[in-house]
Design a protein around this ligand. Structure first.
Ligand SMILES: Cc1cc2nc3c(=O)[nH]c(=O)nc-3n(C[C@H](O)[C@H](O)[C@H](O)COP(=O)(O)OP(=O)(O)OC[C@H]3O[C@@H](n4cnc5c(N)ncnc54)[C@H](O)[C@@H]3O)c2cc1C
Length: 456
């Protein structure tokens, strides 16, 4: 690549354009998963849609791969690329709420923390992720699972429109009325179709919730999981939350002599009337003695930031995932065989419920095909020390080998590892051919290929 071309790019964009050797290059190329160590040719710190267009044009005209970075949380490191262009939207994080229309417009690099703070000020929310530092765009474009999913559907089900810079450098609005095929594909199809510079969401009245984490002894884990399976099938849709295998962190509400011990945790989120919260969570308390808990009324945004400290940027990550229709006794036995071996306090296994409103969207209404799955399970290996990579990856793979045969073939794209590219068709089931068709129309040369790639 010649200097003049980089100079032209610098002249065109308002944000910083960072190349190898520039001050701050190492910081700028870093992503959330510290296992990812890639050296892009250029990183464009986008400040607006015009900067994004410049980065897209530059990559296309130079025949370079393009990575799009929103919140930077991609476990396979799709927010960066060796020798290519990074369009880094992390500076574009504004969120604007229209309380009258009950909508919010988030820029393409906004995080859920910023989103929930902004909407929470008006007593409004939509389905988002459970960690505040995750990107709104990356999470939503892949589907979007969180506490409110049973009540309001996936994040992508709440998308009203998106402003997309497509591979040819044009900006289009995708909605039910405009570029409806693109709008269909971006609700689950990930970053395959363009860069979302802004996303507009439908909001719902949610301010304070009643919930938080509860810890059960491992000897009761089977009973809690079996209870959860039955209870969640027809629990009120204001009830969200999930069971998790979790090592107890050194927190004041957990008895000190139990710190470091592995538990079956349950994180609950009752988004109905606050005075009904205690009653809503009572069935869980009745299953087995609760060893420790931090449950009560709190702002929805507080629950969404409650676990941030367990997953700081800079850990090593390796994840595996499946959708689950029936959490059978055999599947529970497989979880009981591997969950208690959780090797670090950062690692965890979550079994998210995705029934309720998620099921009321037809399997072909958006790219997300698994509308009959009741759970999305993720084995999230996260640990600080690279010297422990082999042992931690082995834990994830062994766990996955035991549970995958008892699960659906596909899994949630946003929980997939870098070595899961051969599962992409299975993730989209019968929606895959239509995704290929839309890809051919909007990105025939596969400029957007640094992702769980749908090949044109
Ligand atoms: C700690 C942690 C917690 C998580 N919790 C949840 C959860 O509760 N629920 C859930 O559903 N998922 C969760 N995830 C998974 C998460 O949805 C994915 O990692 C997602 O890709 C993150 O998006 P990002 O913008 O932060 O990531 P990035 O690494 O910036 O981007 C990931 C991918 O999204 C695409 N992308 C990002 N921004 C844009 C954009 N503006 N336009 C076009 N494409 C874009 C890119 O193509 C890239 O391939 C979690 C992940 C982590 C690491």
């Amino acid at each position: 690549m010649s200097n003049p071309t980089i100079e032209q790019l610098r002249a065109r964009v308002s944000g910083a354009v960072i190349t190898p050797g520039d001050d701050g290059y190492d910081e700028a190329r870093r992503v959330y998963n510290a296992m990812i160590d890639r050296r892009p040719a250029v990183i464009v710190r986008c400040t607006d849609a015009a900067d994004v267009t410049a980065a897209v044009d530059f990559a296309r005209e130079n025949g370079l791969a393009l990575a799009v970075r929103g919140g930077g949380h991609s476990v396979p490191g799709f927010g960066t690329v060796d020798g290519g262009v990074v369009a880094d939207l992390s500076g574009m994080r504004a969120v604007r709420v229209d309380p009258e229309k009950r909508t919010a417009r988030a820029e393409g690099g906004a995080t859920w923390g910023a989103f929930n703070e902004a909407t929470g000020a008006f007593g409004l929310a939509t389905t988002g992720g459970i960690i505040s530092t995750t990107g709104v765009a990356g999470l939503t474009l892949g589907g979007g699972i969180g506490y409110l999913a049973r009540g309001f559907g996936l994040s992508c089900d709440n998308l009203v429109s998106a402003e997309i810079v497509t591979a040819n450098g044009r900006t289009v609005t995708a909605s039910e009325d405009e570029h409806a095929d693109l709008f269909w594909a971006i609700r689950g199809g990930g970053g395959n179709f363009g860069v979302a510079t802004a996303l507009e969401f439908r909001l719902h009245p949610v301010k304070d919730i009643y919930g938080g984490p509860m810890f059960f002894d491992l000897k009761d884990a089977g009973a809690v999981l079996r209870f959860y399976r039955e209870f969640i099938a027809d629990a009120p849709e204001q009830f969200g939350g999930f069971p998790a295998f979790q090592i107890a962190p050194p927190l004041p509400f957990i008895p000190e002599d139990r710190h470091g011990e592995t538990f079956l945790a349950f994180v609950a989120c009752w988004a109905g009337p606050l005075d009904e919260g205690e009653r809503a969570l009572k069935p869980l308390h009745d299953v087995a003695p609760v060893v420790a808990e931090h449950v009560g009324p709190m702002p929805y945004s507080a629950l969404n930031g409650a676990f941030d400290a367990l997953v700081p940027a800079g850990l090593q990550h390796y994840w595996k995932a499946n959708f689950v229709r029936e959490l059978t006794d055999d599947a529970i036995a497989a979880h009981l065989g591997h969950g208690p071996k959780d090797p670090t306090v950062n690692s965890t296994v979550h079994i998210y419920p995705i029934n309720g409103a998620c099921h009321r969207v037809a399997a072909d209404a958006t790219a997300v095909a698994y509308r009959d799955a009741n759970f999305a399970a993720v084995i999230a290996g996260m640990w600080p020390d690279p010297a422990q990579n082999d042992a931690n990856i082995k834990w994830v793979r062994d766990y996955y080998a035991a549970t995958a045969p008892l699960s659906e073939e596909g899994g949630y794209v946003n929980f997939m590892a870098g070595d899961d590219q051969d599962r992409i068709k299975a993730n989209y089931r019968s929606n895959y051919p239509r995704l290929v068709d839309v890809k051919r129309r909007y990105d025939p040369d596969n400029l957007f290929r640094v992702n769980q790639n749908i090949k044109p």
